[in-house]
Design a binder for this molecule. Structure first.
Ligand SMILES: Cc1cc2nc3c(=O)[nH]c(=O)nc-3n(C[C@H](O)[C@H](O)[C@H](O)COP(=O)(O)OP(=O)(O)OC[C@H]3O[C@@H](n4cnc5c(N)ncnc54)[C@H](O)[C@@H]3O)c2cc1C
Length: 561
């Protein structure tokens, strides 16, 4: 058995920032199912929002975020996000992050959607990549213990408190037990629950599902962000930075159609507004081949694109065969971000003692019903740092809690049995891959940008049947190094739990707010629905309840852009 005071599950930006904060002060380990520098955070292009310019203000950042959230974001948490922002950006600067600079040497900023000021700090369009690598170098230097390619399977809880985790070491094909005083979940989002998504293959919501199974509350799971501009066909993200740098959206007539949907902000309206506009254009026959619209950068000039958007250009050439300097890119909306997650307070504590969460896996509710571009990377580093600070305080005060042989033997017995194929039928006429395909199609087709009651009911039924089928499956492999068949099997299980909660939450919420748009209830309904959705696991399945929204300075108003 391995012991660490703080165990961080996830090697993306939230996990590494937490590790950086704790390292040297408490015994810390990071466990990550993929090598940390391959974490999904490395794909982020646009950048980190922060009010670092003297002409901008933290109050304006707070207001834009509250409005962007369609008034479902918790204003106390948003204040923390925006107020801590500048300090963390400069902390990263001192660590050596090569931010893009202005001519006078200051950290440069660009515009992303829904912001009243160009407040996104960036490093060309490799923003996530460079910060991930900088943080990784720092934690190596500080001697944090890293367990790469170790997949956490289950949180170990004793008397309602999380005291460690069962982990699968993929290289050696063996189970390990990691004990900890505090476990921080930083496992990112569940994008792979959808067929059309910008997310990496590893984004299967493991941490959310494990926390839910261990008794934690998940919140606001029905709010799923769809990004307006992904390459048609592959759904590779074309960063909002492309519109931030001046790109136009055009339909088959060449019309810059955002004029009709958001006359002031145009292409830089928030993502929910732009995604719906694109779908409407396509639905009403103004899309190319009835499937996509164009994102046009041709007027920006080669030098500007090469300096500010080199990755966007490269992706479009490689994956769509289009050089955006000379031709428009074909784009369509796709799932992009998990707004819901493990409910935490502003110090990243969940409802289960010993368990914390940060980053996309968490729901401290800074994004509410709709996240603004650039606020998520900021969330990872601001709340990763806070998780580290609070964990440190707690492990200093706490003794090691008991893990009994009964709990340990039960968990190891179950996992060893599953991996060894104990109970396996002679043959199976079903498999996890087929279930995954059906689940992701249901989620994309029936729980997407536009939702309607009858389709959501059907989705809930279909997902229930898929869960039943999954219940009688066993993993395909037999304890081999890097047995991705086993990982796939486990990941489908996590995703099914979350997909069911997303669809049920969407069916229950009979209003339209932010990214959750109901064709049968097209208006926001503050009287009945200005509250969070909480869900926890009971013996009979998920149980839903309401949670209050923290409203401090800004009363809800109608959104307009
Ligand atoms: C293409 C793309 C571009 C984006 N661009 C921007 C942007 O410009 N600005 C912005 O603000 N936001 C952006 N976002 C969102 C942002 O990048 C993510 O929300 C953020 O990086 C999530 O970071 P994280 O640390 O929470 O999780 P991740 O970076 O996803 O890391 C998750 C970690 O958890 C580990 N893990 C998962 N399950 C397990 C398990 N069972 N056992 C062990 N380890 C596990 C993984 O190995 C990984 O290390 C973008 C998102 C996408 C998809």
């Amino acid at each position: 058995m391995l012991m660490h005071e703080v165990l961080i599950v996830g090697g993306g930006l939230a996990g590494l920032m937490a590790a950086y904060t704790v390292s040297g002060k408490a015994d810390t380990a990071v466990v990550s199912k993929i090598y940390p520098t391959r974490s999904h955070s490395g794909a982020a292009q646009g950048g980190f929002n922060s009010a670092i310019n003297e002409e901008d203000s933290i109050d304006d950042h707070v207001f834009d975020t509250v409005k962007g959230s369609d008034y479902l974001g918790d204003q106390d948490a948003i204040e923390v996000l925006c107020s801590d922002g500048p300090e963390v950006i400069f902390e990263l600067d001192r660590m050596g992050v090569p931010w893009t600079r202005t001519d006078s040497g200051k950290v440069a900023q660009r515009s992303l959607g829904g912001a009243g000021f160009p407040r996104t700090c960036f490093a060309a369009d490799f923003s996530g990549h460079v910060v991930l690598h900088t943080l990784y170098e720092q934690i190596l230097k500080l001697g944090v213990k890293i367990y790469p390619e170790w997949h956490v399977l289950e949180l170990l809880a004793e008397e309602g408190r999380v005291v460690g985790a069962v982990v699968y070491d993929m290289q050696h094909a063996r189970l390990e037990v990691l004990r900890a005083k505090q476990v921080i979940i930083a496992t990112g989002g569940y994008g792979r629950a959808f067929r059309k998504t910008t997310n990496a293959h590893a984004n299967t919501g493991d941490g959310m599902a494990m926390a839910y199974r261990a008794g934690a509350i998940l919140s606001d799971m029905e709010f799923v962000q769809f990004h307006p501009t992904t390459l048609y066909g592959t759904n590779i993200l074309i960063s909002e930075a492309a519109r931030g740098e001046g790109g136009y959206l055009r339909n088959t007539s060449g019309d810059r159609f955002m004029n009709h949907y958001a006359p002031e902000k145009l292409e830089l309206a928030p993502r929910d507004v732009v995604s719906r506009a694109i779908f409407k254009e396509i639905k009403e026959g103004r899309g190319f081949e009835n499937h996509y619209v164009h994102l046009d950068l041709t007027h920006l000039g080669e030098a500007h694109v090469a300096e500010r958007l080199p990755q966007v250009r490269d992706l479009a050439i490689r994956y769509a065969g289009v050089d955006p300097v000379s031709a428009p890119m074909p784009i369509e909306p796709a799932q992009h971000y998990s707004m819901g997650g493990i409910r935490t307070d502003v110090w990243c504590r969940t409802t289960v003692p010993g368990l914390m969460a940060a980053g996309e896996a968490a729901n401290v509710s800074v994004h509410g019903a709709n996240r603004l571009g650039g606020n998520s990377l900021l969330e990872t580093v601001v709340f990763g740092r806070r998780a580290g600070r609070k964990a440190l305080e707690m492990v200093r005060e706490e003794p090691w809690h008991v893990l009994s042989n009964r709990v340990l033997d039960d968990a190891l017995g179950r996992w060893n049995g599953l991996i060894a194929g104990k109970g396996r039928k002679a043959s199976q006429d079903d498999n996890a891959f087929a279930i995954r395909q059906e689940m992701t199609s249901v989620m994309t087709n029936q729980v997407g940008v536009f939702r309607v009651g009858s389709e959501l009911e059907d989705a809930v039924r279909s997902l229930g049947k898929l869960k039943e089928r999954y219940g009688s499956l066993w993993p395909t492999g037999q304890a081999r190094p890097f047995d991705y068949g086993l990982m796939d099997y486990l990941e489908v299980g996590y995703l099914l739990d979350l997909a069911e909660i997303i669809a049920r939450g969407a069916l229950a919420r009979t209003e339209s707010r932010g990214a959750h748009f109901r064709l049968d209830y097209p208006k926001r309904d503050d009287k009945s629905w200005l509250h969070h959705t909480f869900v926890h696991l009971t013996a009979t399945g998920p149980e839903f309840s309401e949670g209050p929204v923290s409203i401090t300075r800004y009363q809800p108003q109608e959104r307009g852009y």
